[in-house]
Design a protein around this ligand. Sequence first.
Ligand code: AHR
Length: 321
Amino acid sequence: MKRFVLAVSVAALALTACDEAGSGGSGGMVVGFSQIGSESGWRTAETNAARTAAKQRGVDLRISDAQQRQENQIKAIRAFIAQGVDGILLAPVVATGWDPVLREAKTANIPVILLDRQIETQDPGLYLSSVTSDQVLEGRMAGDWLVKEVGGRDCSVVELQGTVGSSPAIARKKGFDEAVAKAANVKVVRSQSGDFTRSKAKEVMESAIKSVGGTTICAVYAHNDDMMIGAIQALKEAGLRPGKDVLTVSIDAVPDIFKAMAEGDANATVELTPEMAAPALDMLAAYKKDGKAPPKWQQTPTKLYLQDTAAAEYERRKDLY
Ligand code: AHR
């Protein structure tokens, strides 16, 4: 009898633990995640963080990799609707063109939460909420840092933009332009897309060095760290010294940029957390439970890092995701 009581208590404890692991009752949910691809270290970290968050909550997370193509994302969303999932997480590769498929999800009563990128729509009722950073602020922070760093001297900047038509590329450009507009000595002399990838950004940087002239470039601003890593390679191959003769500022705060900063090849990065899925899953679970619509935007924190803490940040982050 004693053994039976013990077994029942252990089972009850296990159930409670399981329920707690389901943080807010998300356990048992089936959620589709239409992910953009794996264009950057940050993107891979976001996917891995989503897997961990789902596991911790007992959520069956179905991830579809769109290989950077909107049409693949639309197909994935339709497949999730056909599977009757409890919710959909969408990292939209570009900002426009989502209304028809989001309307289909709404008709099927499946809530959609946007992750890390915003969309442009006349009908915000088409998605439940969004978990993103303030991407204009990220660009502004990068620009403010550069303006302060160069002081009064003239500075020609090469800008490496993200994917054309994506919300971070649009917003990070806007924020940076706003910041440097306050300083007549800082001018963006070339601005081109590197598609958020190292290889494309390296090519763009190589051609910028040729056309603008390597020694006249005072700074590089990249919309993500991976593009900056590509640019650093191009600058070094051209005999220039990034982090010293050419200032660098980019966005994401991935381990590789901290390594470059610790080695003196890069100067600054603005952090974008890859922990987007955890709050989204909790929001979805709460909505499923009480039917109350959450705020349209859950903003993630933004922070600037410099070389002084780079080595420690690299050690802290290198095996995180
Ligand atoms: O949408 C977030 C951006 O997408 C990240 O800054 C970049 O690395 C990624 O590809």
